[in-house]
Design a protein around this ligand. Sequence first.
Ligand SMILES: Cc1cc2nc3c(=O)[nH]c(=O)nc-3n(C[C@H](O)[C@H](O)[C@H](O)COP(=O)(O)O)c2cc1C
Length: 203
Amino acid sequence: MEKSKLGPEPLIMPMPALVVGANVNGKPNFMIASWCGIAAFKPPAITVAMNKARYTLKGIRENGTFSVNVPSCEIIKKTDYCGIYSGRKKDKSQIFKTFYGELKTAPLIYECPINLECKALHYLDMRTHILIVGEIIETYITKGCLTDGKVNPEKIDPPVYIRSTMKYHRLGEVFASAFNVGKENGDTRNPETILSNNIGGLK
Ligand SMILES: Cc1cc2nc3c(=O)[nH]c(=O)nc-3n(C[C@H](O)[C@H](O)[C@H](O)COP(=O)(O)O)c2cc1C
């Protein structure tokens, strides 16, 4: 298959569109971050790559705490607003209804179905960006988004971001089962067993 070179760029696809919150000068501020990832299972940890100019970063440094919130497509307008305007120029503290948890200083968003309350563990200077590693202290989910105690992605309805087209998408149809479709013939283990073996080895 022929390939074209694009030059080095962080082209991964798709990306999440998450809302990161921090108190800046005592008031909640929010921005979108799609350059996010999971850092570890124990301790449960997440990474956010934040441009040095972000007002939200100032708040994270002030308190050592922040939130990562998974929005639903329903609130995309408010979410995108937080990615367009900086808290340096616009007061974004009233956009969402906020609440606080264990850490007391990480503003969590009611309207977002999932909220991760985080304590900043590491700041890695990557020149344009600071890579923040945050330990997840508590995870909150809107009760209606659980079905039989399991997180229901259709009820969460999270937007997915595609950088090359600058569009938000909805989740598409299920087309295969993870830890399953790639199994060798005769492998009778169920996906849950394979998954827990994978994690178990790292405990
Ligand atoms: C879809 C989308 C994804 C974004 N992802 C990031 C990101 O991962 N890191 C970052 O530093 N800025 C990202 N931004 C830009 C910030 O959200 C934006 O500059 C915001 O206004 C910063 O707000 P603040 O200055 O109040 O912190 C993204 C914006 C959009 C619209």
